[in-house]
Design a protein around this ligand. Structure first.
Ligand code: ADP
Ligand code: MG
Length: 140
């Protein structure tokens, strides 16, 4: 089943100059960018994006780091794209991420873990509409 998912190359990875390496991993895994933009999120935009985490103790630090510099926001399309991207990313904590994953290679800590990826069809739908309201959230 061809799906779409939202990915973000977070500010820590942009600062490390690994945008190109991360996009190459998506393409090599059959996750094809169909929309992409580079932007610096305001704190309010980061808070809206991560609203699901607003009661978490790390919410302030998370939204501060997401608005600390430019990110690259992408819609990726491919077979089972949501799950495939989660597997490619690795665990949230880079120390626990499986070898060969993006977070194992490029993440420094749980706060600076290089990438975001939607975790379900419902969050993919919300997240794609949030950043790309002109694009359909499901593949055709
Ligand atoms: P994921 O990005 O793997 O889907 P979550 O949705 O649980 O992980 O959390 C969103 C982001 O919040 C994580 O990518 C990470 O940057 C940050 N985060 C999660 N848990 C913690 C934590 N315990 N301490 C600090 N930051 C955290
Ligand atoms: Mg998540």
């Amino acid at each position: 089943m061809v799906e779409r998912t939202l990915a973000i190359i977070k500010p820590d990875a942009v600062k490390k100059r690994v945008i190109g390496k991360i996009i190459q991993r998506y393409e090599d895994a059959g996750l094809i960018p169909i929309a992409m933009k580079m932007m610096r999120m305001s704190k309010a935009v980061a808070e809206g994006f991560y609203a699901v985490h607003q009661e978490r103790p790390f919410f302030h630090d998370l939204t501060t780091s997401m608005s600390s510099g430019p990110s690259v926001v992408l819609v990726l399309e491919g077979e089972h794209a949501i799950r495939a991207n989660r597997e490619l990313m690795g665990a949230t904590d880079p120390q626990k991420a499986e070898p060969g994953t993006i977070r194992a290679a490029h993440g420094a800590s749980i706060e600076a873990n290089a990438v975001h990826g939607s975790d379900s069809p419902e969050t993919a739908d919300f997240e794609i509409r949030y950043f790309f309201p002109e694009i359909e959230s499901t593949a055709r």
